[in-house]
Each structure stands twice: as structure tokens, then as C-alpha cells.
Ligand binder design. Structure first.
Ligand code: 13P
Length: 264
């Protein structure tokens, strides 16, 4: 099932640097059971988790063995395919764990690890050449917002991230205003929609209307069970990238089931 525009909503949980592999197994198993008990239709709303690298093999084994209808991915990827890059993890290594997605250019990578637009673009290329779907994260700081208005920086970041992409590609874009991440102060649905609409026009300009129409754009930044519905009602918002609330099983399951509790 899809939304009006034919895009299947995606609710993604970015665990950041939380939960070891044993905790990950317990969490993923409980999440799948709890959603199955609630008769969640996984084809109608896709669910993905983004554990730390050290958990991915355990999550893969569990999901494959129990045939759980959940997707998973990595939180980062090296721009290089192999070689002397101590501490880096390549697309081939991530792909070997049957990940579907990889987060790229999260604001914490950009600010705490000085990741540049050029590196983000190189990582997007690395994901695509290793059959991974990049979730390209973009977003403005509060200073950017004051100086340049709401969509200038996210749009510029998206353009830069897609510098090497010329053909139709399976990608996801996550709009995460930096000021809304972990602050408890989410954007309003209207603010998210305005930027998402600009991002979609940019996709249309760069990759064509067909790709733009198919690409899912997520909102991230203080998403909770009590505000997800507002975002999901917006025509250009196709899901959420959830941080803190993705570590709380009941809260995350409730976000996934936004349709049931709000009748969207
Ligand atoms: P919070 O949901 O904790 O604000 O984090 C959002 C985020 O950074 C997801 O990638």
C-alpha cells in the first residue's frame, strides 16, 4: 500500500551510538512481535532500524532466521571501497550484511566529524555502486534558518550530495533541521512540508519528475508518537527518521502505527 502519490511510508529508527548487539537482538525481536500482535501491515508502512555497526551481523541473523518483515541499515559508509582506511566500513562490507539502507550525511557526521558536502556526495556514490539505498540527510542550523530562510541550506546540501548521480537512482532524502534534533522542539508539519516540497522540486530538476515522484522524503527531529500524525498528513512528507524515540519500544511502535491511532 502507498500514500496518494504512490510512495510507501518509511519509519526509520536511528539508534545512534546506543544498544549493544545483545540489546539489539532483544529490541528487534520485541519490536517485530509487538507490531505483529498489533497486526501492523508492513507492506503499508515500512519499518527500518539503524543500529551501530557492531550490531548489524546479529540483527541480520535474527531477521533472516525469523523472517522478520523489518529492514535495517548502517549509520554511515566509507567513500572508499577497500584499503588502508583504519576504522572505516565500506559499502561492500555493509552490503555483505544484506543491509538495504545506509544513512549518509547525518548532521552529527557533518558537525562532529567535519563531513563535507563532497564527502557526502562520494558516500552517496559508494552506496549506489554497492546496491545500497542512501538515505541522504540534509538540514539547516538555527543560524542558517535566520540567515538564509528555511530551505536554502537543505536544498544546497541535496544538490551537492547528488553531484555524481545522473540517472534514476533509488534514494531516500531525510530533512532533519539541526535545531530540531534531540531538542524536543520539532518543526511544525507546515515547516517540514515547505522544505520537503522544495527538496522534491530539486529532485525533479536534477533527476527528472519520475524519480522525484517516487523518492521518499522523511522528516526527522524530535518525532514522537504524539506529533507523527501531523507530519504524515503532509503530501510531501513520506515518513520519519526517528532518533531518541526509536529506542523506546512502545513509543517507536506507536510511531510506526500512526495510521491506527490517528486515522491518517
Ligand atoms: P531525535 O528524534 O532524537 O530528535 O533525533 C533525530 C535524528 O537525528 C534522527 O536521525
Amino acid at each position: 500500500m502507498t500514500d496518494g502519490a504512490g510512495r510507501t511510508p518509511l519509519i526509520a529508527g536511528n539508534w545512534k551510538m546506543n544498544l549493544d548487539h545483545l540489546q539489539a537482538i532483544a529490541f528487534v525481536q520485541k519490536l517485530a512481535w509487538s507490531l505483529k500482535d498489533a497486526r501492523h501491515d508492513f507492506a503499508a508502512v515500512e519499518v527500518a532500524v539503524f543500529p551501530p555497526f557492531t550490531d548489524l551481523r546479529s540483527v541480520q541473523t535474527l531477521i533472516a532466521a525469523d523472517k522478520l518483515p523489518l529492514e535495517y541499515g548502517a549509520q554511515d559508509i566509507s567513500e572508499h571501497d577497500s584499503g588502508a582506511y583504519t576504522g572505516e566500513v565500506s559499502g561492500a562490507l555493509i552490503s555483505a550484511l544484506e543491509c538495504r539502507y545506509v544513512l549518509i550525511g547525518h548532521s552529527e557526521r557533518r558537525t562532529l566529524h567535519a563531513e563535507t558536502d563532497e564527502q557526502v556526495a562520494a558516500k552517496v556514490d559508494a552506496a549506489l555502486r554497492n546496491d545500497l539505498v542512501p538515505i541522504i540527510c540534509v538540514g539547516e542550523t538555527s543560524e542558517d534558518l535566520e540567515k538564509h530562510g528555511p530551505s536554502a541550506v537543505p536544498v544546497a546540501q541535496l544538490r551537492a550530495a547528488l553531484a555524481g548521480v545522473t540517472t534514476a537512482a533509488d534514494i531516500v532524502v531525510a530533512y532533519e533541521p539541526v535545531w530540531a534534533i534531540g531538542s524536543g522542539q520539532a518543526a511544525t508539519p507546515d515547516q517540514a512540508e515547505q522544505v520537503a516540497a522544495q527538496l522534491r522540486s530539486t529532485l525533479a530538476e536534477l533527476l527528472g519528475a519520475d524519480v522525484a515522484g517516487k523518492t521518499r522524503i522523511l522528516y526527522g527531529g524530535s518525532v514522537k508518537a504524539n506529533n507523527i500524525a501531523g507530519f504524515m498528513r503532509e503530501p510531501n512528507v513520506d515518513g520519519a527518521l526517528v532518533g531518541g524515540a526509536s529506542l523506546d519500544l512502545t513509543e517507536f511502535a506507536s510511531i510506526v502505527r500512526f495510521r491506527n491511532h490517528v486515522g491518517v
